[in-house]
Design a protein around this ligand. Structure first.
Ligand code: ATP
Ligand code: F6P
Ligand code: MG
Length: 528
């Protein structure tokens, strides 16, 4: 079906992302495919084969039941009793008893004090997808099967359980923070320590400088208590320090065995979680009674299925300040151009949200949406139009955007992540060159606030998110779950099996309402 594209709509060639999950591969095509000949016509041909089960046979009348069974299997969260069949739980030492409900809350009568306890039942579930798309052409539609049939997908609810699988006095807990910095790391560390102590745990240590701290000679573990962590959330960074690269899984698990660690809390992004899952597999192989629980940390917000990761809100708020400075600089100069580069290796969430919240951005460039700098539809031509019509302009670019326009470095960091070329510097140079060539003055001010943004302390909203995630990580560990991570999903807190959230990076969907809102706000055309 052909439809009229909004004037500012994106022209995005379909991108194919191949992912691997639980050993099953599938592919996902994103984006609107628009006619390049006519900029006003586009064909919404979004094909979303989300079932990570490419062999699904939609002509089978039972496909939905089978899909749901498969989904339940995939999102099942590993438990100590999978390995130790005879393990017996004990009543929780995390007591909620004193907080009884008031009668008005229960119109049909409420459970007696003896029955009511406020714990989470192991069978409680949270709905993963809450929109019923009536058509694959609906904005942001994620369809399973033809006609976008409604398929319920439930995931495990996070929180304290009535029965626990560790005696607190036998727990040796460790916390490690890996990857890059992110606002809120200290808040999560603090809350894990406080909650462990409430359960009655006495032995808690921090492993300094990421996974390296397990093996590097000269790095000593840091004893943690409520007293030590009481005020750490008042500053940014990580009390424990972070790092990339480091030891092998085997070396980490050897070190855990030596130290007697049986509860490991891992704060980090996709790489860190891949490591955490490998540790979980290894301890199972060695039949160690150990649980590994992750808390997703990535300022880029690129972890699948979560509403957002902690630190993201703070990053957006901080990014807005940089954008505001760019705006003031640009606005105060004759033909001023403010250019701000923000983090986002493979996804443009910070750039998109900061552009939206600031309301001061004229051009937002993200990795998910290709663009040309030169040519009749290029960024530079539009910039000239903005200087002619408005007198100044602000560009916000995500670091992973337009990597096809600059020379690849082929360099990698210690964790094997590609080191990107500097798109901010490139755009700055191209703007200067372009305006010099056409003989029009342009005063370009380039701001790269990336590390300043990452180092700030969490704002109030992230502070709360960190607190809840930290508490739920401890509840999950005591409940005997391992190889899991904790997140917020449709405003509820859930546990996911790690592989499901890291099989590929979450990216901005160019067909989503949010990206369309961003385009509406900036007023930018397509740059292709
Ligand atoms: N596939 C993997 N298997 C095991 N360990 C891994 C894997 N990928 C990365 N790691 C380890 O995880 C740690 C952190 O990885 P990485 O530097 O990629 O950061 P990250 O967790 O993705 O966070 P960020 O969002 O800041 O990039 C490193 O110590 C790295 O060695
Ligand atoms: O320079 P570092 O410390 O390796 O971190 C930079 C990277 O970390 C990230 O913020 C992810 O945490 C990327 O967006 C960024 O490229
Ligand atoms: Mg990463």
């Amino acid at each position: 079906m052909e439809s009229i594209c909004p004037v500012v709509g994106p022209l995005v060639p379909p991108a194919t992302i191949t992912y691997l999950s639980n050993g099953v591969s599938g592919s996902l095509r994103l984006g609107l495919s628009c006619s390049l000949k006519s900029r006003s016509l586009c064909k919404s041909n979004r094909v979303f084969t989300e079932s990570k089960n490419p062999e699904i046979d939609f002509s089978d009348p039972d496909w939905k039941t089978k899909f749901q069974q498969d989904f339940e299997r995939r999102f099942n969260i590993p438990h100590l009793t999978d390995i130790f069949k005879d393990l017996q739980p004990i009543p929780s030492t995390f007591c909620l008893r004193s907080r009884t409900p008031v009668s008005e809350d229960f119109a049909d009568g409420y459970p007696s004090d003896a029955k009511w306890h406020g714990y989470i039942n192991n069978n409680d579930r949270v709905l993963l997808k809450v929109i019923h798309y009536s058509s694959p052409t609906s904005a942001g539609a994620e369809c399973i099967g033809p006609g976008c049939t409604w398929v319920e997908q439930w995931v495990h609810r996070a929180g304290p359980r009535e029965k626990i699988y560790f005696k607190p006095e036998k727990v040796n807990a460790a916390i490690v923070t890996c990857g890059g910095l992110c606002p809120g790391l200290n808040d999560v560390i603090r809350q894990i320590v406080i909650t462990l102590e409430i359960y009655g745990v006495k032995n808690i240590v921090g492993i300094p400088f990421g996974y390296r701290g397990f093996t590097d000679k000269g790095i000593k573990e840091m004893p943690l208590t409520r007293k030590v962590v009481q005020n750490i959330h008042l500053s940014g960074g990580s009390l424990l320090g972070v790092s990339r690269g480091g030891p092998t899984t085997k070396e980490i698990v050897d070190s855990m065995e030596e130290r007697g660690i049986n509860m490991l809390f891992v704060l980090g992004g996709n790489g860190t979680h891949a490591g955490a899952n490998a540790i979980h597999d290894e301890v199972r192989k060695r039949r160690m009674k150990v649980v590994v629980v992750g808390v997703p940390k990535t300022i880029d917000n690129d972890i699948l299925l979560l509403d957002k990761t902690f630190g993201f809100d703070t990053a957006v708020e901080e990014a807005q300040r940089a954008i505001n400075s760019a705006y003031i600089e640009a606005h105060s100069a004759y033909h001023g151009v403010g250019l701000v580069k923000l983090m986002g290796r493979s996804s443009g969430f910070i750039a998109m949200h900061a552009s939206l919240s600031s309301g001061q951005v004229d051009i937002c460039l993200i990795p998910e949406v290709p663009f040309h700098l030169h040519g009749p539809h290029g960024v530079l031509r539009h910039l000239k139009y903005l200087l002619d019509s408005k007198g100044s302009a602000v560009i916000c670019v995500a670091e992973g955007a337009g990597q096809n326009l600059i020379q690849k470095t082929n360099a990698k960091d210690a964790s094997g992540n590609m080191i990107l070329g500097d798109i901010g510097v490139h755009i700055q140079q191209e703007i200067k060159k372009y305006f010099k060539e056409i003989g029009i003055p342009a005063d370009v001010k380039y701001i790269d606030p990336t590390y300043m943004i990452r180092a700030v302390r969490a704002n109030a909203s992230d502070g709360i998110l960190c607190t809840v995630l930290g508490q739920n990580a401890v509840h999950g560990a005591f409940a005997g779950y391992s190889g899991i991570t904790v997140g917020i999903c449709n405003t509820h807190y859930v546990y996911f099996p790690i592989p499901e959230v890291i099989s590929y990076p979450k990216v901005v969907d160019p067909n989503s309402r949010m990206w369309h809102r961003c385009l509406t706000s900036t007023g930018q055309p397509d740059f292709i």
